[in-house]
Design a protein around this ligand. Structure first.
Ligand SMILES: Cc1cc2nc3c(=O)[nH]c(=O)nc-3n(C[C@H](O)[C@H](O)[C@H](O)COP(=O)(O)OP(=O)(O)OC[C@H]3O[C@@H](n4cnc5c(N)ncnc54)[C@H](O)[C@@H]3O)c2cc1C
Length: 428
């Protein structure tokens, strides 16, 4: 395995770091103040986006495998450090048109969209002129099992009519969010539960679409909205179906492969930021005659955090390398592993940083509460830990069943014949 970054990635890393230092980080305080008003309109965002685009720091997540495709031509491995640099501030990826859920949505439009769908929706998304949301999870069913989804997508002449209730459609409250990719059932009676669903493009200004709530996460609104949406008799042309009827489940899987990797890379950036804050704070504050970093318990936190970040990053790079070399399917186990490992590591490191900051760590005077909320949510969003653990265990058991099953060569089996020979000893 070779995790060496290409010269192109190294050059982009240098320019991206400089852009973050010069243009993004100095705006953080203003961003926090403006985001607090809940309108999801940030006065300087379009100017920053234009600047990033001008500097070629744009759509870096798209591999652009062929000449006629958009993107920077970076592999997942080369993109990983860039996502980490942008991800340090959860809102920063938007500046570079590299933020969730748009990246995942652009990827599936790119992979499954018709030329007309690409022209109408992918093009303005790639240009950063509009944003999008992904509407799969429903309040009324356990959505970590996507076969439970109940929203109805019914064919009616040249249209489809959509009825259902969704929640946690991230980003939908932004005035720039113009399109939802909605998952629902077109064929609820199909005996194959994985072929009942489809995805359909629903313009958010369609009659019958109502954003009923912008749901606070951990009781507060973060930089991004998470919306509850009612779809009541929403009528869209049949040509809005994404991919074929019954392909919804397969598209969801395709969306989450690279998408999960991108989340994890950004999460590592946030863990690094929390780690740096923790270490630097420990150099500045003294208790009981010593700097915090001179206390053994702080050293334990610092060392453990460094070890855990390095372990997590290596696993993410392995997953990226596998996808680049052998495709998403070959990296299924590793992608599931990082989805469990990284948000847990991120929560732990941020928690230690909060502890090191004392009371200040739980106030909005540091980004730590927001970072912790992101990390905690990620253990549920894009599939809860348990579902990924279940997939990993299933893959492992399948391998074990198919394998040579020769581990008994490494231990001594009890000799049953000898055991049978043991006579009960008569009591004296
Ligand atoms: C901040 C945030 C943003 C999100 N953004 C989006 C978005 O943009 N679009 C979207 O569609 N959804 C989004 N989601 C929703 C998210 O994907 C779902 O919450 C998640 O898939 C779990 O579904 P559920 O909430 O219905 O939980 P349920 O399916 O009800 O599961 C509840 C719990 O059951 C347990 N569980 C489930 N399966 C198993 C198992 N096999 N073994 C053991 N235990 C199990 C887990 O602990 C799980 O947390 C977001 C969620 C959050 C928190």
């Amino acid at each position: 395995m070779d995790f060496e970054y290409s010269p192109k990635s190294l050059e982009l890393q240098t320019r991206l770091k400089a852009f973050m230092d010069d243009h993004v980080i100095p705006r953080h305080a203003q961003f926090v103040a403006e985001a607090a008003n809940g309108t999801h309109v940030i006065s300087f965002m379009n100017d920053l986006k234009a600047l990033a685009r001008e500097e070629g720091l744009w759509n870096m997540f798209l591999p652009g495998l062929h000449d006629d495709e958009p993107g920077t031509g970076l592999s997942n491995l080369d993109y990983a450090p860039l996502a980490e640099i942008m991800g340090r501030l959860p809102w920063a990826p938007q500046v570079f048109n590299c933020s969730a859920p748009d990246t995942g949505n652009m990827e599936i439009l790119h992979m499954f969209g018709t030329p007309e769908q690409k022209e109408q929706w992918l093009k303005p998304l790639l240009n950063g002129e509009i944003r999008s949301c992904f509407s799969m999870t429903e309040p009324d069913v356990a959505s970590s099992d996507a076969t439970n989804i109940e929203t109805v997508i019914r064919r009616d002449g040249d249209d489809y009519v959509i009825n259902g209730r969704k929640w946690f459609s991230t980003g939908a409250a932004s005035p720039d969010c113009k399109i939802a990719i909605v998952m629902g059932k077109t064929d609820p009676d199909n005996p194959n539960r994985h072929e009942q669903q489809s995805m359909i493009l629903v313009p958010l200004d369609s009659p019958g679409v109502t954003i009923t709530r912008d749901i606070p996460v951990m009781n507060h609104h973060s930089y991004e909205s998470h919306c509850e949406i009612a779809y009541r008799n929403v009528r869209v042309p049949a040509s809005n179906l994404l991919g074929g009827a019954g392909q919804g489940f397969a598209i969801a899987q395709a969306r989450l492969g690279p998408g999960r990797i991108h989340h994890c890379m950004r999460s590592i950036g946030q863990a690094e930021l929390a780690y740096e804050m923790m270490v630097e704070r420990s150099l500045e504050r003294k208790t009981f005659g010593k700097y915090l970093h001179e206390h053994g318990m702080l050293q334990d936190k610092i060392a453990r955090s460094r070890i855990e970040i390095e372990q997590a990053r290596l696993l993410v790079l392995k997953a990226a390398w596998l996808i680049d070399r052998y495709g998403t399917k070959a990296a299924r186990a590793e992608v599931a592993m990082i989805k469990v490992v990284v948000p847990q590591m991120q929560s732990d490191v941020i928690d230690r940083a909060i502890q090191t900051f004392g009371g200040m760590g739980v106030t909005p005077d540091t980004p730590l509460p927001d970072l912790w909320t992101m990390a905690r949510s990620l253990r549920i969003a894009d599939g809860p830990d348990e579902v990924h653990l279940q997939s990993i265990a299933r893959m492992e058991v399948k391998k074990a069943k198919a394998g040579p099953r020769d581990s008994h060569r490494f231990f001594t089996l009890p000799d049953r014949a000898a055991e049978a020979d043991i006579r009960p000893v008569a009591a004296e």
